[in-house]
Design a protein around this ligand. Structure first.
Ligand SMILES: Cc1cc2nc3c(=O)[nH]c(=O)nc-3n(C[C@H](O)[C@H](O)[C@H](O)COP(=O)(O)O)c2cc1C
Length: 180
């Protein structure tokens, strides 16, 4: 049975919703699935899993500080263990999927892609194959500038992600996990 871990950071619930949709899809594909917040995942070993899914929101086009801390601490641990090698040779059977939620009020998707690329690099450096980076547009649910959910670059983002989008995420995950 394939082992999948989903690790996420979420303040207002968007990234958690996406993480749970990924969890549902991975379970439908018959995998053994572990869902953890970053603060619960400090002691896990990424290499124990066939697929590691990591999700964060975009905060000022970076990961939130505590999520970044989590990634850096894990990376330090693996570097000390000699797992960060020159040339980043691929480790057989180790795959990662990155997801990032964002609201894109100023410059749209460009506020999220640096986050996905950044998170993906941690896994690429560890020899994981990064299967994909998913960017999910979401309503801004924190206190934000007036009109943030209506007048930003992405227009009316109220109620996002939709149920349809979440179902699509589950379906896409199912396909990925079936093909691991
Ligand atoms: C402090 C803060 C900064 C944010 N900065 C950005 C940003 O730079 N770009 C963007 O697209 N969305 C930004 N957002 C919106 C969040 O990325 C988006 O709503 C995300 O889905 C929130 O995830 P969560 O509900 O899992 O916490 C910001 C939100 C907060 C609270």
């Amino acid at each position: 049975m394939k082992e999948v871990v989903i690790i996420y950071w979420s303040k207002t619930g968007n990234t958690e919703q996406v993480a749970k949709s990924i969890e549902a899809g991975a379970k439908q594909a018959g995998a053994e699935v572990t869902l953890l917040k970053t603060e619960e995942a400090e002691d896990i070993d990424f290499y124990d899993y066939d697929l590691v899914c990591v999700g964060v929101p975009s905060y000022h086009w970076h990961p939130p500080k505590s999520a970044d801390r989590f990634l850096k601490d894990k990376f330090k641990e693996y570097r000390q263990a000699g797992k960060v090698k020159l040339g980043a040779p691929k480790v057989e059977g180790k795959q990662a999927l990155v997801f990032c939620t964002y609201s894109g009020p100023h410059t749209g998707l460009d506020e999220a892609t640096p986050v996905g690329d950044y998170v993906a690099q941690f896994f690429a450096h560890l020899g994981f194959t990064v299967l994909d980076k998913w960017y999910v547009l979401c309503e801004f649910r924190a206190k934000g500038p007036k009109g943030v959910n209506l007048e930003g670059r992405m227009g009316d983002i109220r109620g996002l992600p939709t149920e349809e989008k979440l179902a699509e995420i589950s379906q896409d995950t199912k396909e990925i996990v079936k093909n691991l």
